[in-house]
Design a protein around this ligand. Structure first.
Ligand code: ZN
Length: 462
Protein backbone atom coordinates (compact mmCIF):
# COMPACT_ATOMS: atom_id res chain seq x y z
CA UNK A 1 0.00 0.00 0.00
CA UNK A 2 1.42 3.33 -0.97
CA UNK A 3 0.53 6.72 -2.20
CA UNK A 4 0.91 8.28 -5.62
CA UNK A 5 0.80 12.01 -6.02
CA UNK A 6 0.57 14.48 -8.84
CA UNK A 7 -0.08 18.15 -9.44
CA UNK A 8 -2.88 19.49 -11.58
CA UNK A 9 -2.65 23.11 -12.62
CA UNK A 10 -5.47 25.56 -13.16
CA UNK A 11 -4.23 28.75 -14.74
CA UNK A 12 -5.77 32.12 -14.05
CA UNK A 13 -6.59 34.05 -17.18
CA UNK A 14 -4.76 37.35 -17.43
CA UNK A 15 -5.15 37.73 -21.17
CA UNK A 16 -6.65 40.92 -22.55
CA UNK A 17 -9.94 41.96 -21.06
CA UNK A 18 -11.69 41.73 -24.41
CA UNK A 19 -10.60 38.11 -24.65
CA UNK A 20 -12.13 37.23 -21.32
CA UNK A 21 -9.07 37.86 -19.14
CA UNK A 22 -9.03 39.46 -15.73
CA UNK A 23 -8.88 43.13 -14.99
CA UNK A 24 -5.17 43.95 -14.72
CA UNK A 25 -5.68 45.58 -11.31
CA UNK A 26 -6.71 42.21 -9.95
CA UNK A 27 -3.20 40.90 -10.33
CA UNK A 28 -1.82 43.48 -7.92
CA UNK A 29 -4.24 42.20 -5.29
CA UNK A 30 -2.66 38.78 -5.62
CA UNK A 31 0.78 40.29 -5.19
CA UNK A 32 -0.41 42.20 -2.10
CA UNK A 33 -1.88 38.97 -0.71
CA UNK A 34 1.34 37.03 -1.16
CA UNK A 35 3.27 39.91 0.45
CA UNK A 36 1.08 40.20 3.53
CA UNK A 37 1.08 36.42 3.99
CA UNK A 38 4.87 36.48 3.85
CA UNK A 39 4.86 39.22 6.51
CA UNK A 40 2.54 37.18 8.70
CA UNK A 41 4.75 34.14 8.23
CA UNK A 42 7.76 36.22 9.27
CA UNK A 43 5.85 37.24 12.41
CA UNK A 44 5.25 33.63 13.40
CA UNK A 45 8.73 32.46 12.41
CA UNK A 46 10.12 35.10 14.77
CA UNK A 47 7.59 34.13 17.41
CA UNK A 48 8.54 30.46 17.34
CA UNK A 49 12.25 31.19 17.14
CA UNK A 50 11.81 33.31 20.28
CA UNK A 51 10.03 30.40 21.98
CA UNK A 52 12.17 27.47 20.86
CA UNK A 53 11.84 25.64 24.17
CA UNK A 54 8.17 25.27 23.56
CA UNK A 55 8.77 23.50 20.27
CA UNK A 56 11.18 21.08 21.94
CA UNK A 57 8.70 20.33 24.72
CA UNK A 58 7.86 16.70 25.25
CA UNK A 59 4.38 15.73 26.34
CA UNK A 60 2.85 12.58 27.73
CA UNK A 61 0.50 10.77 25.44
CA UNK A 62 -1.93 8.13 26.60
CA UNK A 63 -2.73 5.52 24.03
CA UNK A 64 -6.49 5.05 23.87
CA UNK A 65 -6.72 1.31 23.24
CA UNK A 66 -4.02 0.19 25.68
CA UNK A 67 -3.92 3.06 28.19
CA UNK A 68 -0.15 3.04 27.85
CA UNK A 69 1.61 6.31 28.62
CA UNK A 70 4.41 7.41 26.35
CA UNK A 71 6.32 10.59 25.78
CA UNK A 72 6.66 12.42 22.52
CA UNK A 73 7.27 15.81 20.96
CA UNK A 74 4.45 18.31 21.31
CA UNK A 75 2.13 18.11 18.32
CA UNK A 76 1.78 20.85 15.71
CA UNK A 77 -1.91 21.20 16.56
CA UNK A 78 -1.13 21.88 20.22
CA UNK A 79 1.50 24.42 19.23
CA UNK A 80 -0.97 26.14 16.93
CA UNK A 81 -3.58 26.46 19.66
CA UNK A 82 -0.95 27.77 22.06
CA UNK A 83 0.43 30.27 19.51
CA UNK A 84 -3.05 31.62 18.81
CA UNK A 85 -3.74 31.95 22.52
CA UNK A 86 -0.55 33.99 23.01
CA UNK A 87 -0.87 36.23 19.96
CA UNK A 88 -4.52 36.70 19.06
CA UNK A 89 -7.07 38.93 20.80
CA UNK A 90 -10.39 37.30 21.50
CA UNK A 91 -13.37 38.21 23.64
CA UNK A 92 -12.44 35.46 26.07
CA UNK A 93 -8.76 36.37 26.04
CA UNK A 94 -8.40 40.08 25.29
CA UNK A 95 -4.73 40.48 26.21
CA UNK A 96 -2.20 38.46 24.26
CA UNK A 97 1.54 38.91 24.86
CA UNK A 98 2.17 42.66 24.36
CA UNK A 99 5.25 42.13 22.20
CA UNK A 100 3.50 39.54 20.06
CA UNK A 101 0.08 40.98 19.39
CA UNK A 102 -0.80 39.62 15.96
CA UNK A 103 -4.31 41.12 15.99
CA UNK A 104 -2.88 44.62 16.30
CA UNK A 105 -0.19 44.13 13.68
CA UNK A 106 -2.51 42.44 11.20
CA UNK A 107 -6.08 43.61 11.81
CA UNK A 108 -8.93 41.55 10.34
CA UNK A 109 -6.54 38.87 9.11
CA UNK A 110 -8.70 35.91 8.02
CA UNK A 111 -8.22 33.10 10.52
CA UNK A 112 -7.86 30.45 7.81
CA UNK A 113 -4.87 32.27 6.34
CA UNK A 114 -3.51 32.87 9.83
CA UNK A 115 -3.63 29.18 10.61
CA UNK A 116 -2.01 28.30 7.33
CA UNK A 117 0.97 30.58 8.03
CA UNK A 118 1.25 29.35 11.62
CA UNK A 119 1.37 25.73 10.45
CA UNK A 120 3.90 26.64 7.80
CA UNK A 121 6.02 28.49 10.36
CA UNK A 122 5.92 25.54 12.79
CA UNK A 123 7.12 23.19 10.07
CA UNK A 124 9.90 25.50 9.03
CA UNK A 125 11.18 26.27 12.52
CA UNK A 126 11.03 22.58 13.47
CA UNK A 127 13.06 21.54 10.47
CA UNK A 128 15.51 24.38 11.12
CA UNK A 129 15.96 23.32 14.75
CA UNK A 130 16.52 19.69 13.86
CA UNK A 131 19.03 20.63 11.15
CA UNK A 132 20.77 22.88 13.64
CA UNK A 133 20.93 20.11 16.24
CA UNK A 134 22.36 17.69 13.66
CA UNK A 135 24.92 20.24 12.60
CA UNK A 136 25.98 20.91 16.19
CA UNK A 137 26.24 17.20 16.88
CA UNK A 138 28.37 16.67 13.79
CA UNK A 139 30.76 19.29 15.16
CA UNK A 140 31.54 20.75 11.77
CA UNK A 141 32.49 24.36 11.30
CA UNK A 142 31.02 24.86 7.89
CA UNK A 143 27.48 24.36 6.67
CA UNK A 144 25.62 25.98 9.54
CA UNK A 145 21.93 25.86 8.61
CA UNK A 146 20.46 29.24 7.72
CA UNK A 147 17.41 30.70 9.39
CA UNK A 148 14.13 29.57 7.83
CA UNK A 149 12.95 31.65 4.86
CA UNK A 150 9.82 33.75 4.87
CA UNK A 151 8.51 33.35 1.36
CA UNK A 152 6.19 30.65 0.25
CA UNK A 153 3.29 30.13 -2.10
CA UNK A 154 0.05 30.66 -0.17
CA UNK A 155 -1.89 27.52 0.60
CA UNK A 156 -5.59 28.01 0.00
CA UNK A 157 -7.49 26.14 2.67
CA UNK A 158 -11.25 25.81 2.72
CA UNK A 159 -12.70 29.28 3.22
CA UNK A 160 -10.21 31.23 1.15
CA UNK A 161 -11.21 30.09 -2.29
CA UNK A 162 -14.18 28.75 -4.19
CA UNK A 163 -14.22 27.16 -7.58
CA UNK A 164 -17.41 28.01 -9.44
CA UNK A 165 -17.92 25.26 -11.92
CA UNK A 166 -21.70 25.33 -12.16
CA UNK A 167 -22.01 26.63 -15.69
CA UNK A 168 -21.63 24.11 -18.45
CA UNK A 169 -19.98 26.80 -20.49
CA UNK A 170 -16.29 26.16 -19.97
CA UNK A 171 -15.45 29.70 -21.00
CA UNK A 172 -17.20 31.21 -18.03
CA UNK A 173 -15.51 29.61 -15.09
CA UNK A 174 -14.18 31.60 -12.19
CA UNK A 175 -12.30 30.99 -9.04
CA UNK A 176 -13.21 33.17 -6.10
CA UNK A 177 -10.24 34.12 -3.95
CA UNK A 178 -10.03 35.97 -0.67
CA UNK A 179 -7.38 38.58 -1.35
CA UNK A 180 -5.81 41.62 0.27
CA UNK A 181 -6.29 44.88 -1.63
CA UNK A 182 -3.92 46.99 0.47
CA UNK A 183 -6.60 48.01 2.98
CA UNK A 184 -8.63 44.97 3.77
CA UNK A 185 -9.67 41.52 2.73
CA UNK A 186 -12.15 41.06 -0.09
CA UNK A 187 -13.48 38.30 -2.30
CA UNK A 188 -12.62 38.61 -5.96
CA UNK A 189 -13.54 36.40 -8.88
CA UNK A 190 -10.76 35.50 -11.28
CA UNK A 191 -11.48 34.01 -14.69
CA UNK A 192 -9.63 30.76 -15.22
CA UNK A 193 -8.38 28.94 -18.26
CA UNK A 194 -10.61 26.01 -17.64
CA UNK A 195 -10.22 22.94 -19.75
CA UNK A 196 -11.64 19.49 -20.16
CA UNK A 197 -8.19 18.18 -19.29
CA UNK A 198 -8.36 19.84 -15.88
CA UNK A 199 -11.91 18.66 -15.29
CA UNK A 200 -10.97 15.10 -16.18
CA UNK A 201 -8.04 15.10 -13.77
CA UNK A 202 -10.03 16.86 -11.04
CA UNK A 203 -12.86 14.35 -11.06
CA UNK A 204 -10.87 11.22 -11.83
CA UNK A 205 -11.95 8.50 -9.39
CA UNK A 206 -9.51 7.53 -6.69
CA UNK A 207 -7.65 10.83 -6.62
CA UNK A 208 -8.06 12.93 -3.55
CA UNK A 209 -7.74 16.69 -3.66
CA UNK A 210 -5.31 18.51 -1.34
CA UNK A 211 -5.57 22.24 -0.64
CA UNK A 212 -4.38 24.17 -3.69
CA UNK A 213 -1.44 26.53 -3.69
CA UNK A 214 -1.47 29.91 -5.33
CA UNK A 215 1.52 30.22 -7.63
CA UNK A 216 2.26 33.75 -8.70
CA UNK A 217 4.92 34.10 -11.35
CA UNK A 218 5.66 36.75 -13.89
CA UNK A 219 4.58 34.65 -16.83
CA UNK A 220 2.26 32.21 -15.16
CA UNK A 221 -0.32 32.48 -12.43
CA UNK A 222 -2.53 29.72 -11.25
CA UNK A 223 -3.63 27.25 -8.65
CA UNK A 224 -1.60 24.11 -8.25
CA UNK A 225 -3.76 21.38 -6.86
CA UNK A 226 -1.87 18.42 -5.56
CA UNK A 227 -3.75 15.17 -5.68
CA UNK A 228 -3.01 11.90 -3.97
CA UNK A 229 -4.20 8.40 -4.58
CA UNK A 230 -3.96 5.28 -2.47
CA UNK A 231 -2.23 2.58 -4.43
CA UNK A 232 -2.59 -1.11 -3.79
CA UNK A 233 0.21 -2.87 -5.59
CA UNK A 234 1.85 -6.20 -5.05
CA UNK A 235 5.45 -6.26 -3.97
CA UNK A 236 7.85 -7.17 -6.75
CA UNK A 237 9.07 -10.26 -4.89
CA UNK A 238 5.48 -11.46 -4.79
CA UNK A 239 4.87 -10.71 -8.47
CA UNK A 240 8.04 -12.51 -9.45
CA UNK A 241 6.57 -15.82 -8.23
CA UNK A 242 3.59 -15.46 -10.56
CA UNK A 243 4.24 -17.69 -13.61
CA UNK A 244 1.97 -15.52 -15.75
CA UNK A 245 3.72 -12.29 -14.82
CA UNK A 246 4.13 -9.75 -17.62
CA UNK A 247 7.30 -7.68 -17.52
CA UNK A 248 7.69 -4.42 -19.40
CA UNK A 249 11.34 -3.56 -19.91
CA UNK A 250 12.68 -0.20 -21.00
CA UNK A 251 16.05 0.58 -22.48
CA UNK A 252 16.73 4.31 -22.52
CA UNK A 253 18.94 5.73 -25.22
CA UNK A 254 19.80 8.93 -26.96
CA UNK A 255 18.19 8.66 -30.40
CA UNK A 256 15.74 5.85 -29.74
CA UNK A 257 14.68 7.43 -26.46
CA UNK A 258 13.00 4.31 -25.20
CA UNK A 259 12.80 0.80 -26.52
CA UNK A 260 9.97 -0.91 -24.69
CA UNK A 261 9.58 -4.67 -24.81
CA UNK A 262 6.82 -6.73 -23.21
CA UNK A 263 7.51 -10.28 -22.16
CA UNK A 264 5.36 -13.10 -20.82
CA UNK A 265 6.11 -16.82 -20.50
CA UNK A 266 9.61 -16.17 -21.80
CA UNK A 267 8.35 -14.68 -25.08
CA UNK A 268 8.52 -11.11 -26.31
CA UNK A 269 4.90 -10.20 -26.96
CA UNK A 270 5.20 -6.59 -28.05
CA UNK A 271 7.77 -3.93 -28.81
CA UNK A 272 7.55 -0.18 -29.02
CA UNK A 273 10.22 2.23 -30.14
CA UNK A 274 9.97 5.84 -29.02
CA UNK A 275 12.18 7.97 -31.22
CA UNK A 276 13.43 11.39 -30.20
CA UNK A 277 12.11 12.80 -33.48
CA UNK A 278 15.32 14.67 -34.11
CA UNK A 279 15.51 16.29 -30.67
CA UNK A 280 19.15 15.34 -30.19
CA UNK A 281 20.17 16.97 -33.47
CA UNK A 282 18.03 19.99 -32.80
CA UNK A 283 19.45 20.46 -29.33
CA UNK A 284 22.96 19.98 -30.63
CA UNK A 285 22.46 22.89 -33.05
CA UNK A 286 21.29 25.11 -30.20
CA UNK A 287 24.19 24.09 -28.02
CA UNK A 288 26.62 24.90 -30.80
CA UNK A 289 25.26 28.43 -30.65
CA UNK A 290 25.54 28.47 -26.88
CA UNK A 291 29.14 27.30 -27.03
CA UNK A 292 29.99 29.80 -29.76
CA UNK A 293 28.51 32.69 -27.83
CA UNK A 294 30.38 31.72 -24.70
CA UNK A 295 33.57 31.57 -26.70
CA UNK A 296 32.94 34.97 -28.26
CA UNK A 297 32.15 36.68 -24.98
CA UNK A 298 34.91 34.95 -23.09
CA UNK A 299 34.26 32.87 -20.04
CA UNK A 300 30.81 33.27 -18.68
CA UNK A 301 30.64 35.32 -15.52
CA UNK A 302 29.96 33.15 -12.53
CA UNK A 303 26.39 33.40 -11.29
CA UNK A 304 25.28 35.16 -14.44
CA UNK A 305 23.13 33.24 -16.85
CA UNK A 306 24.15 33.60 -20.42
CA UNK A 307 21.95 32.50 -23.28
CA UNK A 308 19.04 32.50 -20.89
CA UNK A 309 16.30 32.11 -23.46
CA UNK A 310 18.07 29.43 -25.38
CA UNK A 311 18.56 27.39 -22.23
CA UNK A 312 14.92 27.86 -21.25
CA UNK A 313 13.92 26.59 -24.68
CA UNK A 314 16.18 23.55 -24.39
CA UNK A 315 14.94 22.73 -20.91
CA UNK A 316 11.31 23.07 -21.94
CA UNK A 317 11.83 20.80 -24.91
CA UNK A 318 13.59 18.23 -22.78
CA UNK A 319 10.77 18.25 -20.25
CA UNK A 320 8.05 17.95 -22.90
CA UNK A 321 9.86 15.05 -24.49
CA UNK A 322 10.34 13.38 -21.12
CA UNK A 323 6.61 13.62 -20.40
CA UNK A 324 5.69 12.22 -23.82
CA UNK A 325 8.11 9.34 -23.56
CA UNK A 326 7.02 8.50 -20.03
CA UNK A 327 3.42 8.52 -21.20
CA UNK A 328 4.27 6.13 -24.02
CA UNK A 329 5.88 3.75 -21.53
CA UNK A 330 2.86 3.89 -19.23
CA UNK A 331 0.47 3.38 -22.14
CA UNK A 332 2.19 0.05 -22.76
CA UNK A 333 1.92 -0.88 -19.05
CA UNK A 334 -1.76 -0.01 -19.06
CA UNK A 335 -2.45 -2.87 -21.47
CA UNK A 336 -1.05 -5.43 -19.03
CA UNK A 337 -2.61 -4.95 -15.59
CA UNK A 338 -0.43 -6.31 -12.82
CA UNK A 339 2.74 -6.06 -14.89
CA UNK A 340 6.10 -4.99 -13.51
CA UNK A 341 8.04 -2.16 -15.13
CA UNK A 342 11.77 -2.84 -15.38
CA UNK A 343 14.46 -0.23 -15.90
CA UNK A 344 18.21 -0.39 -15.94
CA UNK A 345 19.90 1.47 -13.16
CA UNK A 346 21.01 4.65 -14.86
CA UNK A 347 24.66 5.24 -15.40
CA UNK A 348 25.90 8.54 -16.56
CA UNK A 349 28.72 8.30 -18.95
CA UNK A 350 30.84 11.37 -18.56
CA UNK A 351 31.55 12.94 -21.89
CA UNK A 352 35.17 13.96 -21.86
CA UNK A 353 35.87 13.83 -25.52
CA UNK A 354 34.48 15.93 -28.33
CA UNK A 355 33.70 19.58 -28.71
CA UNK A 356 32.17 21.66 -25.98
CA UNK A 357 28.76 21.57 -27.65
CA UNK A 358 28.97 17.79 -27.90
CA UNK A 359 29.76 17.51 -24.22
CA UNK A 360 26.91 19.86 -23.33
CA UNK A 361 24.57 17.85 -25.50
CA UNK A 362 25.61 14.59 -23.85
CA UNK A 363 24.90 16.09 -20.46
CA UNK A 364 21.43 17.18 -21.56
CA UNK A 365 20.75 13.73 -22.98
CA UNK A 366 21.72 12.17 -19.65
CA UNK A 367 19.40 14.53 -17.83
CA UNK A 368 16.60 13.65 -20.21
CA UNK A 369 17.11 9.94 -19.48
CA UNK A 370 16.89 10.61 -15.77
CA UNK A 371 13.72 12.62 -16.20
CA UNK A 372 12.03 9.97 -18.36
CA UNK A 373 12.94 7.36 -15.77
CA UNK A 374 11.53 9.41 -12.90
CA UNK A 375 8.32 10.47 -14.67
CA UNK A 376 7.60 6.98 -16.03
CA UNK A 377 7.96 5.52 -12.53
CA UNK A 378 5.59 8.11 -11.07
CA UNK A 379 3.01 7.76 -13.82
CA UNK A 380 3.19 3.97 -13.69
CA UNK A 381 2.77 3.92 -9.94
CA UNK A 382 -0.36 6.04 -10.29
CA UNK A 383 -1.94 3.19 -12.25
CA UNK A 384 -0.70 0.63 -9.73
CA UNK A 385 2.36 -0.58 -11.65
CA UNK A 386 5.51 -1.01 -9.60
CA UNK A 387 8.95 -0.37 -11.11
CA UNK A 388 12.24 -2.08 -10.44
CA UNK A 389 15.76 -1.23 -11.39
CA UNK A 390 18.16 -3.90 -12.48
CA UNK A 391 21.88 -4.11 -12.91
CA UNK A 392 22.82 -2.64 -16.30
CA UNK A 393 25.91 -4.79 -16.59
CA UNK A 394 26.30 -6.29 -20.03
CA UNK A 395 22.83 -5.56 -21.39
CA UNK A 396 24.18 -3.90 -24.50
CA UNK A 397 27.11 -6.27 -25.09
CA UNK A 398 25.69 -9.74 -24.88
CA UNK A 399 23.32 -11.58 -27.14
CA UNK A 400 19.76 -11.68 -25.83
CA UNK A 401 19.20 -15.04 -27.48
CA UNK A 402 22.23 -17.14 -26.49
CA UNK A 403 24.23 -14.91 -24.15
CA UNK A 404 27.28 -14.84 -26.41
CA UNK A 405 29.39 -11.72 -26.64
CA UNK A 406 28.24 -9.75 -29.65
CA UNK A 407 29.49 -6.94 -31.84
CA UNK A 408 27.98 -3.63 -32.86
CA UNK A 409 27.94 -2.58 -36.47
CA UNK A 410 26.31 -0.23 -38.90
CA UNK A 411 25.15 -1.12 -42.33
CA UNK A 412 26.63 1.18 -44.95
CA UNK A 413 25.88 0.52 -48.60
CA UNK A 414 25.29 -3.15 -47.90
CA UNK A 415 28.61 -3.42 -46.08
CA UNK A 416 28.92 -4.15 -42.39
CA UNK A 417 31.01 -1.55 -40.66
CA UNK A 418 32.02 -2.60 -37.17
CA UNK A 419 32.19 -0.03 -34.41
CA UNK A 420 31.09 0.58 -30.85
CA UNK A 421 28.60 3.25 -31.92
CA UNK A 422 26.78 0.91 -34.32
CA UNK A 423 23.01 0.76 -34.18
CA UNK A 424 22.87 -2.93 -35.05
CA UNK A 425 23.86 -5.98 -33.07
CA UNK A 426 25.34 -9.22 -34.33
CA UNK A 427 26.09 -12.37 -32.36
CA UNK A 428 28.96 -14.42 -33.83
CA UNK A 429 27.90 -17.44 -31.76
CA UNK A 430 24.31 -17.93 -32.91
CA UNK A 431 24.31 -15.46 -35.81
CA UNK A 432 21.45 -13.48 -34.33
CA UNK A 433 21.14 -10.00 -35.76
CA UNK A 434 18.90 -7.18 -34.60
CA UNK A 435 18.63 -3.54 -33.55
CA UNK A 436 21.13 -3.00 -30.75
CA UNK A 437 18.69 -1.13 -28.50
CA UNK A 438 16.10 -3.87 -28.95
CA UNK A 439 18.70 -6.45 -27.92
CA UNK A 440 19.48 -4.38 -24.83
CA UNK A 441 15.80 -4.03 -23.95
CA UNK A 442 15.30 -7.82 -24.14
CA UNK A 443 18.37 -8.26 -21.96
CA UNK A 444 16.76 -6.07 -19.30
CA UNK A 445 14.17 -8.85 -18.81
CA UNK A 446 16.98 -11.39 -18.52
CA UNK A 447 18.62 -9.17 -15.99
CA UNK A 448 15.38 -8.97 -13.98
CA UNK A 449 15.03 -12.76 -13.91
CA UNK A 450 18.82 -13.22 -13.56
CA UNK A 451 18.80 -15.71 -16.39
CA UNK A 452 21.99 -15.40 -18.34
CA UNK A 453 25.55 -16.27 -17.46
CA UNK A 454 26.83 -12.71 -17.62
CA UNK A 455 24.58 -11.74 -14.76
CA UNK A 456 26.84 -11.42 -11.73
CA UNK A 457 24.38 -12.88 -9.19
CA UNK A 458 23.30 -15.85 -11.33
CA UNK A 459 26.94 -16.87 -11.56
CA UNK A 460 27.28 -17.28 -7.82
CA UNK A 461 24.06 -19.15 -7.26
CA UNK A 462 24.99 -21.46 -10.14
ZN1 ZN B 1 23.70 -15.29 -29.81
Amino acid sequence: MGQASRTTKLLLDFSKRSQGGANPGKRSHLEATVAILNDARRFYLDFFLAHQDRLRERVEVISKPTGEVSERLISADKLLTWAEFETVETAAHPHPLPAWNFSQRFPDFPYVYRRSVIKDAIGRVRSYLSNLANWQQAGKKRGKPGLPGTNNHPTLYEGTFSLQLDGLDLHKTFVGLKVYDGNGWIWINYPVKYSRYFEKRRTEPGWEQQSPKLILRKDLTGLHVSQTKEIKAKKVVQSKRDPDLVTVAVDLNVKQLAVITVRQHGQIKATRFVSDQGLDQHRFRHLKRVAKKQWQTGRCVQGERSNRQLWAHIRRQNLDTAHQTARAIVEVCEQYPGCVLVFERLRTIKAKSGSKSRRLNRKQANQLKGKINQLAKEKAYAIGVVSVEVNPHGTSQYCARCGGKGVRFTSQAGQRVRGPGGKLFFCPVCHYECHADFNASVNVHHSFFRELHWQPRAHKSG
